[in-house]
Design a protein around this ligand. Sequence first.
Ligand code: WT7
Length: 635
Amino acid sequence: MSNYHIKNLEEYFTVYRKSVRYPETFWDEIAEEHFMWRKKWDEVLSWDFSKPEITWFKGAKLNITENCIDRHLRIRGDKTAILFEPNDPSEKAEHITYQQLHDRVCQFANVLKEKGVKKGDRVCIYVPMIPELAISLLACARIGAIHSVVFAGFSSNALATRINDSDCKIVITADGSFRGKKTIDLKGIVDKALETCEGVKTVLVAKRIEADITMKEGRDEWLQPLLNNAATTCEPEIMDAEDPLFILYTSGSTGKPKGMVHTTAGYMIGSAFTFKNVFQYRENDVYWCTADIGWITGHSYIVYGPLANGATTVMFEGVPSYPDWGRFWEIVEKHKVNQFYTAPTAIRALAKQNIAFVEKYDLSSLKVLGTVGEPINEEAWHWYDENIGHKKSPITDTWWQTETGSIMIAAIPYVTPTIPTFATLPLPGIQPALMDADGNELKGNQVDGRLCIKFPWPSMARTIWGNHQRYKDTYFSSFENMYFTGDGAMRDSVGYYRITGRVDDVVIVSGHNLGTAPIEDAINEHPAVAESVIVGFPHEVKGNALYGYITLKEAGESRNQDNLRKEINQLITDRIGPIAKLDKIQFTDGLPKTRSGKIMRRILRKIASNETDSLGDTSTLLNPEVVEDIIKNAL
Ligand code: WT7
């Protein structure tokens, strides 16, 4: 009688209703049945969104690594926990069993202890996608240190800001990283960052690319010799349920990045429960999430969620285009991947390539496809469905945030019927609400509003490191007694949610509320269009008008641009109505993207509004050079 693995729609509704009526009983049962505790809790939940103060499983004691590793050893000691696929396909994949993972995590934990790291200390992890990355997170968790992973693609500036914000005394890094044909000098970036981080006394360096790097006497040390000398057992630190597990930075719309703080028990339960249900993971499945562990997706769905379920989780070091655009599909075939989880931006890039790259490989092992990170447009959804899933693997479009810790709204594959561009239904335990601009909840279906969550869930971030006031202002001040997500959403006639994008992406044109995603969907149907972004800009008569930035497929580049503009507006008129037509269309070679692949709309909005002198920081972009190009050719 476990409600841990939902098997059909009826069961979903039963479980969901229960989770809303008796949330504490619902989570209490999950916590009781599926995890290993050193001491049970005195109270399931206490909460006050006005402070905000949220406590789950108060009084409970545990260590998350016992749940992710030790408890599996008896039955899954020889099962592959982490399947490491290197950047270069000619290098052998590495199968790390649960037993080996245990030993390596303990060794790493002992090294950290030897370096003076204690419970509650912050450890900065700036490591590429190699096994040491996953192991270092778990090693911190083993001894109760708080990890702060910084994506190993961020600049030295961004790294330094994050190290200083949470006052890390130690940095774990590597001599460099492989990315496709390139190598990246990570250690050089760390050295530069540390010029402004006086608190850092120790740097542990993993060897990956055999680069000739400089090691600073008294500060820098190679990791491997230390690991070799460390014991393979390490008593786990016994943590309180609400002790911080990690900090992960997310960029705010303004100001410096926000260090979201996630705590131990709630995060564990949230990531494990959602992993099992959203990916319908079964024993012996091979699961692959293509994200980097530097993002929340990798924390929750490469490391903690899969390992808490005793799963085999693939960790891929490389990029989708190396040695060619068939790389993802080659890996799916080679490791017989059953669940595949990626981002819409990757799907669009893959869909632009010759289909022969897909057809060359046997993808029949796939059972579940997932997407995350932004609304998936209809064209990309269909490409994914037809060419990768062969229309037999359900696509789960998973909506969530760094702040939510785990997936919130998503189809449960083989349970929830899917519709392209709809994240569909909330997972059990999640209570979304749509609000109008005046702060009223929009009840019933066929409504459109700001997406809030009206009841706490275990994996929600508890605060922003060092700035609780900002946590309150950002998430709990827009609507009374609600967590505000910053996203807009609509609920259709059957109660399905469609995320329409950040609320600030909604443009009011002549009094009409236009979500940009549906317009982009319409544009992307044009055979010459690769990618598009719509933003609003001030207009004398309409209040706002629409500006489109559009990149073309190769086939579109030789076309007459005025004709293309007409065709695109005709498409929009056909799909949405003349109200949604674009006043300006700029064709561009690229769109400014964050390193996680999110398009930086804020910058495009400024350019469209002619406010190029207040663009803000563009240094963390993947491709800062396209910004200049777009400004030069702006209409
Ligand atoms: C924002 C959170 C959660 C892991 C990756 C991003 C957007 C995320 C979806 C989706 C539409 C989505 C939202 C959200 N987003 N997933 N399936 N459909 N939008 O984490 O960097 O914290 O970004 O990404 O706008 O608020 P993040």
